[in-house]
Design a protein around this ligand. Structure first.
Ligand SMILES: Cc1cc2nc3c(=O)[nH]c(=O)nc-3n(C[C@H](O)[C@H](O)[C@H](O)COP(=O)(O)OP(=O)(O)OC[C@H]3O[C@@H](n4cnc5c(N)ncnc54)[C@H](O)[C@@H]3O)c2cc1C
Length: 414
């Protein structure tokens, strides 16, 4: 919007952008490139490591079954990379400021100002801090105060959000490169499930940065409450797991933080625009939790909102009908397609016993793998039979296993 010559104010409650923000750490090249072309060529771009390998770990008690992919092709161009919000957000916000946006930090937007059904600005916590605008872009994250003020955003139900806790652990660069088999700026991501979430629906992550590791665990809030588990205890338990302990050992915890992640999926998306407003990113539940993608949906929805507002300015019309071009951009993009594809996931996780998916099956898979790889004099046919039986028993029999497979397939395919 600033590039197109519109007058833009960037409100941020933190001391500076990124001061209060946390995420796991993976950012995506394509969606950032759409906003800042060739950003990676810029000196001082705050990338930690570009990712050449992504691992998925199913954890047993002291074991792991691994899936994953490593490819030199991810080097040129990058596919995704790790970052730290405290650095990245400042760099990103400065791009807007360089284009002409006016930064107003340490300022909380507390309410929307309306004229009839139209939003005409926001109230802030500054004295005489009312700010008027043709359009307000609501981008205030998962707890969206403005969304609540507008009535499009409710207090999320505990089954629509997960609580993630994260530590940043310092480790010498050479140790990271040795332990993860990396050269230069290469990086690895690990997502893990099973043992480490104590039978609750959730995942953990371990990402490599330049001289730190980002380690976190996120679990659905309803299940944390039901089991009365403190998220920090989950992270502590993950750190003791032999597969993780050996990767982080000798590291020093630099920071600890916790944050909600919107995981309601497609059915939780609120109305996206109205007279004088658009809502983007986490405030609009635009998170693809199956692929841990949130930042790219936030950036792209922000870009779409900006483009729609520039078009609306051209028409001199900021009404709901005019701003609905924002909705259309979302609806015809990967954002809608991906969230729709997984629209059944939330319901599946709600209906299915979390212990089965996040505890019994990962453990059975580990036991089956253990038996298959163990050379103990039993025939390979016997081993295969034992492995299959372990998985079937964990699911409560063949029929249940097939039903679960069918439900899973449906939930993942719209
Ligand atoms: C632990 C964790 C791990 C994650 N890992 C990943 C990952 O690896 N990859 C990925 O793509 N996504 C990840 N996500 C999701 C991703 O962080 C979010 O989807 C993304 O940050 C959403 O961006 P946003 O701009 O909508 O909201 P936010 O990043 O939350 O930004 C909102 C901004 O608004 C400010 N603000 C809030 N309220 C007000 C107010 N009233 N007035 C003024 N300012 C206000 C905040 O200070 C903040 O700067 C993770 C999230 C968490 C919590």
């Amino acid at each position: 919007m600033a590039r197109a010559g519109l007058s833009v104010v960037l409100l941020e409650r933190g001391e500076f952008p990124g001061a209060k923000n946390i995420f796991g750490g993976v950012l995506y090249r394509k969606q950032l490139e759409d906003i800042v072309p060739e950003f990676w060529k810029e000196k001082g771009f705050p990338m930690e490591r570009h990712i050449v390998e992504q691992r998925i770990w199913m954890m047993g008690k002291e074991s792991v079954v691994t899936f994953g992919h490593r490819n030199e092709a991810y080097k040129q161009p990058y596919n995704c990379f790790t970052g730290l919000r405290v650095k990245f957000d400042q760099w990103f916000a400065d791009k807007a400021v360089q284009a002409g946006a006016i930064p107003v930090y340490q300022t909380v937007a507390t309410d929307v100002i309306r004229e009839g059904s139209r939003v005409v600005g926001v109230k802030t916590d500054r004295a005489d801090g009312d700010l008027y605008a043709n359009v307000v872009v609501i981008a205030d994250g998962v707890n969206s105060l403005l969304g609540k003020a507008l009535g499009i955003h409710k207090e999320w139900r505990p089954d629509e959000v997960s609580l993630a806790v994260k530590e940043v652990i310092a480790l010498p660069k050479e140790k990271i490169e040795d332990r993860f088999n990396l050269e230069g700026d290469e990086g690895v991501t690990i997502e893990f499930m099973g043992e480490t979430t104590l039978g609750m629906a959730g995942m953990g992550f371990l990402y490599t940065n330049k001289e730190t590791l980002s380690l976190g665990v996120g679990v659905m809030v309803d299940q944390l409450r039901e089991k009365k588990v403190k998220p920090y205890a989950l992270l502590e338990a993950a750190k003791q797991h032999p597969m993780i302990r050996k990767l982080i050992q000798g590291g020093e915890t630099l920071e600890y933080s916790g944050h909600l992640i919107p995981e309601g999926g497609y059915h939780s998306i609120p109305p996206l625009s109205g007279d004088g407003w658009c809502v983007v990113g986490d405030a609009a539940q635009l998170v693809n939790f199956v692929h841990r993608e949130g930042t790219n949906l936030a950036m792209t929805s922000g870009r779409f909102a900006g483009e729609a507002i520039v078009e609306a300015k051209g028409r001199g019309d900021y009404s709901r009908a005019s701003l609905q071009s924002y909705d259309r951009k979302i609806r015809s993009s990967f954002i809608e397609a991906d969230l729709k594809k997984y629209k059944g996931m939330h319901q599946l996780l709600k209906e299915q016993d979390p212990e089965l998916l996040f505890d019994k099956l990962p453990h059975a898979l580990n036991e089956a793998a253990y038996q298959l790889f163990l050379v103990d004099g039993l025939s390979k046919a016997q081993k295969q039979k034992t492995a299959i039986k372990l998985i079937k028993d964990a699911a409560g029999g063949t029929v249940n296993l097939l039903k679960l497979g069918y439900k899973g397939w449906r939930a993942m395919n719209g």
